[in-house]
Write a protein that binds this ligand. Structure first.
Ligand code: AQP
Length: 332
């Protein structure tokens, strides 16, 4: 809460081309909060460098992620859309929060364990302290709700613990945020291994459907999706691949699982997979068209980045100033 206004905050890393997991688990839901909350949606480029990035690609994806926010319905006049590295308070508060976060807490984060196993040649301190930067992102804006996919729930819970610890020593500093997750789509799984989350950084591009994939590519990927030896389209334990495809189809069409089971009763997996690909493309085609229009106007995007950074900085400065004063830092 900031000046009596409820706040929603979330972000996406420009660490790869965005997937339908990012869309269904996060971005699609962001615009739902625009009426009730003051919303901040950030392109978290500082988080992305915890894993090595090619600079030209990071730059390109930063523009693209901002353009996708807008293409997915986020109006820059109603939401504060900005890039994390344009607001230096994020990194400054993160340092302070590092001093209120325990080594053991960070060691327990599953994303750190997964990513350090995946990037064993580069287990850097930034990867370890990623959650304190995320806590800084959230707490700087006195955030009430954080719309995220389920994989980020643990980080939001740690953020709450850090804020409560800080508030105990320095009362009334931070609002304690709540993670909020979509009822469906909170964890979209890989098409190649449906026990694993779909991730934009997956090296197997057939395992991932990108928001910007063309129709043929989407259908081809769904056709190749790993399923099981059964042929009946029904949601059941042990049918991870089909369960995942049914969830995706449900998210894109609004149909319930029971409706989907009835629709495909007597039809095989092949027909169902094509229907999932078509539903996915039909839902995303308008986003793709809008994205291409917005991306074509780089100076418009840069003007929006600047406006967003100025708005965000105003809020971020106020919280950081309050924290510094409470800690006893001298102001000159
Ligand atoms: N598969 C998913 N299903 C549902 N939600 C998902 N999210 C990510 N993958 C899925 C949600 O998308 C938001 C932005 O994610 P992020 O960019 O901050 O990083 P991430 O969670 O680490 O996503 P990726 O795609 O797996 O990125 P990489 O491969 O770079 O690590 C978050 O709200 C996340 O929950």
């Amino acid at each position: 809460m900031f000046n009596g206004q409820l706040i929603s905050y979330s972000g996406v890393q420009p660490s790869g081309n965005l997937t339908i997991g990012n869309y269904l688990g996060a971005i699609k839901n962001f615009s739902l909060y625009s009426e009730k909350y003051k919303c901040f949606y950030c392109v978290v480029d500082e988080h992305a460098i915890t894993v090595r990035q090619v600079p030209a690609e990071l730059r390109r994806r930063t523009y693209e992620t901002l353009a996708l926010y807008m293409a997915c319905g986020l109006d820059p006049d109603k939401n504060t859309l900005y890039v994390q590295s344009h607001v230096h308070e994020h990194a400054e508060l993160a340092w302070i929060l590092n001093c209120f976060t325990m080594f053991g807490e960070l060691s327990r984060m599953t994303q750190f364990k997964d990513k350090s196993a995946k990037h064993s040649e580069n287990v850097n301190a930034g990867l370890f302290t990623y959650p304190t930067l995320m806590a800084s992102d959230i707490l700087l804006y006195q955030t009430d709700v954080v719309p995220v996919g389920i994989d980020q729930k643990q980080h939001v819970e740690l953020c709450r613990d850090i804020a409560e610890r800080f508030n105990q020593i320095f009362p009334d500093t931070f609002t304690i945020p709540e993670p909020i997750m979509a009822k469906s789509g909170m964890k979209i799984m890989s098409l190649a291994d449906p026990t694993k989350k779909m991730s934009k950084s997956d090296e197997n591009t057939n395992a991932v459907v990108y928001i910007l994939d063309d129709k043929d590519t989407m259908i081809r990927k769904f056709k190749r999706a790993v399923t099981d030896s059964d042929t009946c389209v029904r949601f059941a334990e042990g049918k991870d691949g089909i369960n995942n495809l049914m969830s995706i189809y449900s998210c894109f069409t609004g149909k319930t699982i029971e409706e989907i089971e009835r629709e495909f009763d007597g039809h095989g997996y092949g027909e169902f997979k094509i229907a999932v690909g078509e539903a996915c493309y039909d839902a995303l085609a308008p986003v793709q068209q809008k994205f291409n229009e917005i991306l074509a106007d780089k100076s418009y995007l840069e003007a929006q980045m600047k406006k967003g950074a100025e708005e965000a900085s105003w809020y971020a400065r106020r919280t950081l100033g309050k924290v510094q004063k409470k800690l006893g830092f001298v102001k000159i």
